[in-house]
Design a protein around this ligand. Structure first.
Ligand code: UD1
Ligand code: CA
Length: 501
């Protein structure tokens, strides 16, 4: 049976007005490359293939889309090797959507890849309207406060859409039109590919305009419907850095509203930045200046204090992340405390109830349940068991200049302050490492390891040393008068004193 709806996302352009070395659709909005949004909406409304037309930095785009497949759903890419315009871009999808001249779907949704703010609801409404009216083409329109740069929607006396005129081709009367083309269309699939063949680059930019479809449908006696978006700001296409900044703000605001509605507290929403790929549990409190990035999952009942940033991490329930902590690529189980001023780097796993305190760096290390590393510590490439105490200033010496080595600390061990654990090394169950020790060999279970030089106390030596120093600084009167008479300077006196020492 023929499917209902396929989709095409146009994402091949460079985006000259961005003035960037990066293809426009790869610029992120709320932490996701722009193209993600329309590809994701298309994937959710279509039941037939979604084709993303790529061109500029095609390899990077393709890699990103493939990497996002689990979240995006299946989408195909086709390459537009020369960017000859939006109609030319759509034509590249023909081999996928019209194999052997037979359409795979009744209708086809076409969206620009640079309109990330368009919502699924709006697109679904456009599709529903298209199906209901039986039009050959249904396009989304908007009436923004400033229509500058957009194609204008020309309506006939009866109010029906009769054409779209790009701003550069528009005359004065057309430029005065407030209603613009939002760059989202639903088209009868066989009609689409037939009509594309008739589009010619007869315009100022000498491009194949997809918008010429409208005029072609009307002159061919086919019905065209315009659906006006309720919220024009949704329809904004991103062509410049300014547009990007505006979209970023709107998207961030939307995301914050979403989480506020789901029971997350934000003390200062305006300074709270949450990427689109983040999820947050109920009753979690976000303090001012918190950033939650990438694919992070935050549990329920957490407190994340001011200035902390969590990137691509999994955080359990009831976790406290104190002020100014950086958490990246970490897994934090329930009821863990982190910070203030802690840094968790990729591969950090903090088991239930563990504590990582101020000025502690953790990398590629598992810290067992209830274990603590509270002050000034570096734990790299280590496996730390449960209920271990890591004293202040402990350092795992994991790098020998060429390779990284692992440190293992078993359950219930106690590492005294200022210890250096020279990897590869293992401190076994229940063992104690004395403060200030440099551990280079394994420590047996229940043993106490000490590697300090025995302390010697020289009685009275400190005061003797001080008076020696005082004498040296204040030379005898004879020396002083000789030195002063020769050069007349205190500098000379000091030099003489030095010689005498
Ligand atoms: C387009 C519309 C305009 C509409 C506006 C809405 C046309 C001719 N004009 O203009 O009526 O008001 O969007 O935002 O369609 N692309 C390709 N290959 C190409 C050219 C473009 O894939 O050869 C892609 C771009 O990557 C972009 C999208 O198509 O994602 C739109 O292209 P863009 O150049 O931004 O079109 P606009 O001038 O904004
Ligand atoms: Ca655009």
């Amino acid at each position: 049976m023929m499917k209902k709806l396929s989709a095409i996302v146009l994402a091949a352009g460079l985006g000259t007005r961005m003035r960037s070395g990066t293809a426009k659709v790869l610029h992120p909005v709320a932490g996701r490359p722009m193209v993600w949004y329309m590809a994701s909406v298309a994937g959710r409304v279509a039941d037939a293939p979604v084709v993303v037309v790529i061109g500029h930095q095609a390899e990077t785009c393709r890699a990103f889309l493939e990497h996002s497949r689990p979240a995006l759903g299946p989408c195909r890419t086709v390459t537009q090797s020369r960017r000859l315009g939006t109609a030319h871009a759509v034509r590249q999808a023909k081999s996928v959507l019209m194999p052997g001249g037979k359409a795979v779907s009744k209708h086809c949704l076409i969206v620009n890849g640079d309109t990330p703010l368009l919502t699924r609801e709006t697109i679904a409404r456009l599709v529903a309207r298209h199906e209901r009216t039986g039009a050959a083409l249904t396009l989304l329109t908007a009436c923004p406060p400033d229509p500058k740069g957009c194609g204008r929607v020309v309506r006939g006396r009866d109010g029906r859409v009769v054409g779209v005129v790009e701003e550069r081709d528009a005359g004065r009367a057309e430029r005065a039109i407030r209603e613009v083309n939002a760059g989202a269309y639903v088209v009868d699939t066989p009609f689409l590919f037939r009509a594309l063949a008739n589009i010619r680059p007869r315009n100022v930019q000498k491009e194949y305009y997809l918008t010429d479809l409208v005029g072609l449908a009307v002159t061919g006696g086919r019905r065209v419907t315009g659906v006006r978006a309720a919220d024009a700001s949704e329809c904004a296409g991103i062509n410049s850095r300014r547009d990007l900044a505006v979209a970023e703000r709107i998207m961030r605001e939307r995301i914050r509203t979403r989480w506020l509605e789901k029971g997350v507290t934000m003390l200062d929403p305006g300074t709270t930045f949450i990427d689109d790929g983040v999820t947050i549990g109920r009753d979690t409190v976000l303090c001012p200046g918190v950033t939650l990035e990438g694919r992070s999952t935050i549990g329920a009942g957490c407190v994340i204090r001011a200035g902390s940033r969590v990137t691509d991490s999994v955080v359990g329930d009831g976790v406290t992340i104190d002020d100014h902590s950086l958490v990246n690529g970490a897994v934090i189980e329930n009821h863990v405390t982190v910070g203030p001023f802690a840094r968790l780097r990729p591969g950090s796993i903090l088991r239930r109830g563990a504590k990582v305190g101020n000025f502690v760096e953790v990398k590629n290390t598992e810290l067992g349940a209830g274990s603590k590393a509270n002050h000034l510590t570096y734990l790299g490439d280590a496996a730390v068991g449960a209920r271990v105490n890591i004293g202040a200033g402990t350092v795992t010496c994991n790098y020998d200049g060429r390779r990284k080595h692992r440190t293992t600390i078993d359950d219930g061990a106690f590492i005294g302050s200022g210890a250096q654990l020279v990897a590869p090394v293992r401190v076994k169950k229940g063992a104690v490492v004395g403060a200030g020790s440099t551990i280079t060999r394994d420590v047996p279970a229940e043993a106490v390891a000490l590697s300090r030089v025995r302390q010697v106390n020289h009685e009275g030596a400190a005061s003797r040393r001080r008076s020696r120093a005082r004498r040296a600084a204040a030379p005898s009167s004879a020396t002083r008068s000789r030195a002063t008479s020769r050069t007349g300077g205190a500098g000379a006196a000091r030099r003489t004193a030095k010689r005498q020492r």
